[in-house]
Design a protein around this ligand. Structure first.
Ligand code: NAD
Ligand code: UGA
Length: 460
């Protein structure tokens, strides 16, 4: 019987996931721990560390009742009957597998800490996205470093998307749980099934062997990203031929075998996971000698890079082949709307390319902080911070960002951009006033009528 659940990692997944579980399981205590004190402090304040619609409400209803945050990793491991590992698994930046393999050092450390501090048998749940067969390494660390306690390792990947995390958690298409195909494994699976069953219909909880579960997560992200790269590849052809990518997406999406979702062309997918998980899949394929399979999936990432470069190049060529000394306004910096997350956002790469061509960029985003934007640029290591600060700035007012600009680029699909006073923006821009919609959110005809020279991704 599970009385306390511990979650290591209070990030975009750990925080919302445990908050919803706590709401739906008032009889279980949830303890989320993180090594990042500032993040934990924010979780305990009114200003949560992540912006996610509906999250404040869920946290308000549970925090201090059956949901607790702290940095006491050892204490939380001791008290949890079930321990979720929800730490980051970024792409490795060094050594073997650099630029492709997942860096599992944070996961390994969690396993070592669990083995060190556990004072009884535990169920350990992989919530982080991991390469297939990671459970084997976790089991090995647990069994060889623990003090005689036994551990069951489950895989329970998370499928939430940022910006809709609370809805996704409240009504998941499915929950996936993988475990060992023996009596102890099945018992552990049923404990976790019970936790989810308090709000997820049993038929939506899929149980599999552990390797299938691990691999399904990477596969799901690869398939989703592949759809975006496919429609983005077609967007280039639309522009060349006079077809309209929205019309094409609608026409193919009405085929029930294809379906309408995830066919929105864009300046390129961003976010912390699609690229990382595909590169991880590519690395795994290579590791197992499946080179053709690796090349197949790698192309999804290459097409995404092409789309970002294509968008930036379009801006430069349209602005008479140079943006040197010209002000370009960016509407949006987050990788998608309704989040303050900027990891791998297309905006970063488009900005970098334009700044290489000496543009001055002024950014407005309703949720992203200036310091975050500079950190994103710093991590690219393309130029000095001084240079970044000279060429890139952020303002809290979209009209200020667009004032005296030669061009506007829409990089994130925030709803509020549709309601801006576009007449006013046009009046205060340099002429000709160019507008590059990389998100298919603006009314091209209405803006052209105002006087803008409009480029919309995928429209010839
Ligand atoms: P994140 O970076 O927002 O959060 C991870 C947290 O783990 C950080 O706060 C970090 O300080 C903490 N941490 C790292 N090592 C620790 C340790 N040893 N002890 C305690 N805390 C530690 O990452 P995230 O976006 O929440 O992603 C977590 C995992 O979930 C990744 O594997 C990711 O691929 C996967 N995932 C993410 C999403 C998403 O939408 N972000 C969705 C599904 C799956
Ligand atoms: C994605 C998946 O959708 C989740 O199921 C998964 O759990 C998560 O990755 C993860 O493993 O981290 P997320 O990255 O948060 O979620 O957001 P998405 O809605 O998938 O969008 C990803 C990127 O693709 C964004 O930049 C978005 O703008 C772009 N996108 C999405 C498109 O360009 N077109 C589309 O049709 C859909």
């Amino acid at each position: 019987m599970i009385k306390t659940i511990t979650c290591i990692g209070a990030g975009y997944v750990g925080g919302p996931t445990m908050a919803v579980m706590a709401l739906k399981n008032p009889g279980i205590k949830f303890h989320i721990v993180d090594i990042n004190q500032a993040r934990i402090d924010a979780w305990m304040s009114d200003d949560l560390p992540i912006y996610e619609p509906g999250l404040d409400e869920v946290v308000k209803q549970t925090r201090g009742k059956n949901l607790f945050f702290s940095t006491d990793v050892a204490g939380a491991i001791k008290e949890g009957n079930m321990i979720f590992i929800s730490v980051n698994t970024p792409t490795k930046k060094y050594g073997v597998g650099k630029g492709r393999a997942a860096d599992l050092k944070f996961v390994e450390l969690c396993a070592r800490q669990i083995a060190q501090f556990a004072e009884e048998d535990k169920i350990v749940v992989e919530k982080s996205t991991l390469p297939v067969r990671t459970a084997q390494s976790i089991k090995k660390i647990l069994s060889s470093t623990s003090n005689g306690h036994s551990f069951q390792v489950l895989s329970n990947p998370e499928f939430l998307a940022e910006g809709t995390a609370i809805d996704d958690l409240m009504k998941p298409d499915r929950v996936l749980i993988g475990g060992d195909q023996n009596e102890k494994g099945q018992k552990a699976i049923s404990e976790l099934v019970n936790v989810y069953s308090s709000w997820v219909p049993r038929e939506n909880i899929i149980t599999t062997n552990i390797w299938s579960s691990e691999l399904s997560k990477l596969t799901a992200n690869a398939f989703l990203a592949q759809r975006i790269s496919s429609v983005n590849a077609i967007s280039a052809l639309c522009e060349a031929t006079g077809a309209d990518v929205e019309e094409v997406a609608y026409a193919i999406g009405t085929d029930s075998r294809i379906g309408p979702k995830f066919l929105k062309s864009s300046v390129g997918f961003g976010g912390s996971c699609f690229q990382k998980d595909i590169l991880n899949l590519v690395y795994l394929c290579e590791f197992f000698g499946l080179h053709e399979v690796a090349r197949y999936w790698e192309q999804v990432v290459s097409m995404n890079d092409y789309q970002k470069t294509r968008f930036a190049s379009k801006i430069i060529t349209t602005l008479f082949n140079t943006v040197s000394g010209k002000k370009i306004a960016f509407l949006g910096w987050a990788f998608k709307k309704d989040t303050n997350d900027t990891r791998e956002s297309a905006a970063i790469y488009v900005a970098d390319q334009l700044m290489n061509d000496e543009a001055d960029i002024s950014v407005y985003d309703p949720q992203v902080e200036e310091a975050r934007m500079y950190k994103d640029m710093e991590e690219l290591e393309t130029r000095t911070m001084d240079r970044n600060k000279k060429q890139l700035s952020m303002t809290e007012d979209p009209y200020e960002a667009c004032k005296d600009a030669h061009a506007i680029a829409v990089l994130t699909e925030w709803d509020e951009f549709k309601d801006l006073d576009w007449q006013r923006i046009y009046a205060n821009m340099k002429k000709p006033a160019f507008l590059f919609d990389g998100r298919l959110i603006l009314d091209r005809k209405a803006l052209s009528d105002i006087g803008f020279e409009v480029y919309t991704i995928g429209k010839g």
